[in-house]
Design a protein around this ligand. Structure first.
Ligand SMILES: Cc1cc2nc3c(=O)[nH]c(=O)nc-3n(C[C@H](O)[C@H](O)[C@H](O)COP(=O)(O)OP(=O)(O)OC[C@H]3O[C@@H](n4cnc5c(N)ncnc54)[C@H](O)[C@@H]3O)c2cc1C
Length: 119
């Protein structure tokens, strides 16, 4: 985890982070991302985004498509940064194109995700 924006409830996390390490770092500061796919122990934030993953707490926290607000993606020849805006009024959405793209468009290296105070 690189940083937390406490007022916005957003964390910037490197895409190679696996579930347990990611939650440990968030929990140590009183936060959770709340994304718990059955593959949680062995899969990564980047993999969850690339496969448009859903978890067992998605009813409360949303699927990864809801949780992921911004991204940094390395494409052939350039790096694209999608800033974590609360809402969008323009389209088509590049964020939506990356979510579930299975790595075909580029490599996700970082993401801004929604985080919540631990209950
Ligand atoms: C036992 C088991 C339980 C599972 N449970 C669930 C579940 O509850 N919910 C669910 O949604 N899925 C589940 N899955 C499916 C899988 O775990 C998820 O799709 C997970 O999101 C894959 O993440 P990964 O890091 O393992 O990615 P990988 O399997 O390594 O990669 C999956 C795809 O994403 C691409 N990719 C990975 N990282 C990146 C990146 N940084 N940038 C761009 N592309 C990338 C790869 O190229 C590949 O196409 C489960 C799988 C198993 C084996």
């Amino acid at each position: 985890m690189l940083e937390i924006d406490q007022s916005a409830g957003l964390a910037r996390i490197q895409a190679g982070a696996q579930g347990p390490g990611l939650e440990e770092q968030l929990n140590s500061q009183g936060w959770t991302m709340g994304h718990q796919p059955d593959s949680f122990k062995h899969s990564t934030l980047g993999g969850w985004i690339a496969t448009r993953s859903s978890g067992m707490q998605s009813d409360k926290y949303g699927d990864i498509a809801d949780i992921t607000r911004g991204m940094r993606v390395t494409l052939p020849g350039k790096v694209v940064t999608l800033r974590p805006r609360p809402s969008y009024s323009s389209g088509p959405s590049v964020r939506e194109m990356i979510l579930g793209s299975e790595g075909r468009l580029g490599v996700i290296t970082e993401a801004w995700v929604n985080v919540h105070r631990l209950p």
